[in-house]
Design a protein around this ligand. Structure first.
Ligand code: NAD
Length: 414
């Protein structure tokens, strides 16, 4: 009611339950929708007046906030079950009626709600979950670019994840989709992805597994240590999405470097303080052979031999602004997994030989507007291919998309 703009195209919504790796922040999580929408503007030229940040106040279980007299939200424990679902439903009905052209990005919901809400709404409205699908896309892009250094195809690798939440399962699902395009069966593709969660290796005999982990619960003896799992399974890639800092220890990275000429070490947990290992650690523990990416930025590292290695930042801000730009430009009715796969491939194609020579599996962020436009064109093309676009196809999709992008300068304001 209080929002003065009618033509809202991008909404980012959170309920504040799992903010970054920081946990339940209640309504103080609002910085996330605001920040993500700023990235839409900065990275993909989405006009700020077409963006709307939303925080659903469903309470908080954060005791510190509940006891803080200055806490801005309703000071009660989180509502759950039917009451929560009804509230979210009411929000979805209202927001799609009021802003029918908007894509709705779910952000930083706890995983017991994130997977459920995604499968509930993905086939009926224009929505996606960035923590699951955006993270998956940026990580698969980094892995695709890494293949140019390691050789082989996605199916030739073995991926061991630390953390089996939204990010981890989302990445594995997109890897599986991509391998299926290469002609690998679903069963075989899933066999390349292994998980260790807070209770140990995710295996079929465990009876404590949440539903989203079941596809990756393979037959194996239970194991509790990640290092033991590395020794036993001999992965080519370790992917940290646990929110637990310093869990890729020296021993683990050394073991990866013993097993592989160029091990993939992706320490994706945010913020920087939560990374599973730093860039310097990954490089120094592997004699500069690790292909390292992190979720938050790390400075370049100069090795004793004089080489300077530049860590790539596997952050989903490479993906969601471009996806949103593509989806809104062509008025796509849905956001599909094939769009995220197309986005991953488009991003990987933007990695140059010079980037790879520096050890960087993502293009520099200074190129982000061009990268986002390129991703948007790939996503828009999928919308046409899948019959989901509602706008006529422009002759030159990429040029048209670039024309739509808002330039944050004085002249474009007048
Ligand atoms: P989540 O809560 O859904 O999942 C976390 C997982 O980690 C759970 O499976 C949990 O069991 C596991 N875990 C917790 N402690 C563990 C331990 N000691 N050992 C092994 N596993 C453990 O969270 P999520 O959305 O998957 O995010 C996880 C992390 O990834 C966060 O730090 C988040 O910031 C980061 N992330 C990064 C990006 C990016 O762009 N780089 C995107 C999304 C998420």
């Amino acid at each position: 009611v209080n929002w003065p703009y009618e033509d809202v195209r991008v909404i980012v919504v959170t309920d504040g339950e799992r903010i970054l790796g920081l946990g339940d922040q209640g309504t103080s999580g609002m910085g996330i929708p605001v920040g993500k929408l700023s990235l839409y503007t900065a990275c993909a030229g989405i006009h700020p007046s077409t963006t709307l940040p939303i925080t659903l106040d469903v309470g908080t279980n954060n005791k510190k906030l509940l006891n803080d007299p200055l806490y801005l939200g309703h000071p009660h424990p989180r509502i759950t079950g039917e009451e929560y679902d009804d509230f979210v439903d009411e929000f979805i009905v209202a927001v799609t009626k009021r802003f029918p052209k908007a894509v709705i990005q779910f952000e930083d919901f706890a995983n017991h709600n994130a997977f459920r809400l995604l499968s509930k709404y993905r086939n009926s409205i224009c929505t996606f979950n960035d923590d699951i699908q955006g993270t998956a896309s940026v990580t698969v892009a980094g892995i695709l670019a890494s293949l140019r250094l390691t050789g082989g195809k996605l199916r030739d690798h073995k991926y061991l994840f630390l953390g089996a939440g939204e990010a981890g399962i989302g990445i594995a699902d997109l890897l599986v989709s991509s391998m299926k395009e290469e002609g690998v069966s679903t069963r075989k593709a899933r066999q390349t992805c292994w998980f260790v969660d807070s209770k140990g290796l995710v295996v079929a005999s465990r009876d404590d597994l949440a539903e989203h982990k079941l596809d990756y619960a393979h037959e194996h003896e239970p194991m509790t240590s990640f290092l033991e799992a590395v020794k036993e399974l001999q992965p080519t890639a370790i992917i940290g999405v646990s929110g637990q800092p310093q869990t890729f220890t020296k021993e683990i990275v050394e073991e990866m470097a013993r097993l592989n000429e160029q091990p993939l070490v992706f320490a994706l947990s945010n913020p920087t303080s939560k990374a599973e290992c730093t860039a310097e650690q990954a490089y120094s523990w592997s004699d500069g052979r690790a292909i390292y990416a992190s979720g938050s930025p790390f400075d370049p590292v100069t090795m004793p031999d004089g080489r300077t290695l530049v860590p790539g930042q596997g952050n989903n801000s490479y993906i969601f602004p471009g996806v949103g730009l593509g989806v809104t430009t062509v008025g796509a009715k849905r956001v599909t997994d094939s769009m995220f796969l197309a986005a991953a491939k488009a991003l990987a194609l933007q990695v140059t030989e010079e980037d790879l020579a520096l050890g960087r599996v993502y293009p520099p962020l200074t190129k982000i507007r061009d990268v986002s436009a390129f991703i948007a064109a790939a996503v828009a093309q999928i919308a046409y291919d899948e019959n989901l676009a509602t706008e006529p196809r422009p002759y030159n999709l990429l040029a048209y998309i670039k024309e739509q992008m808002y330039q944050p300068d004085y002249l474009s304001f007048v």
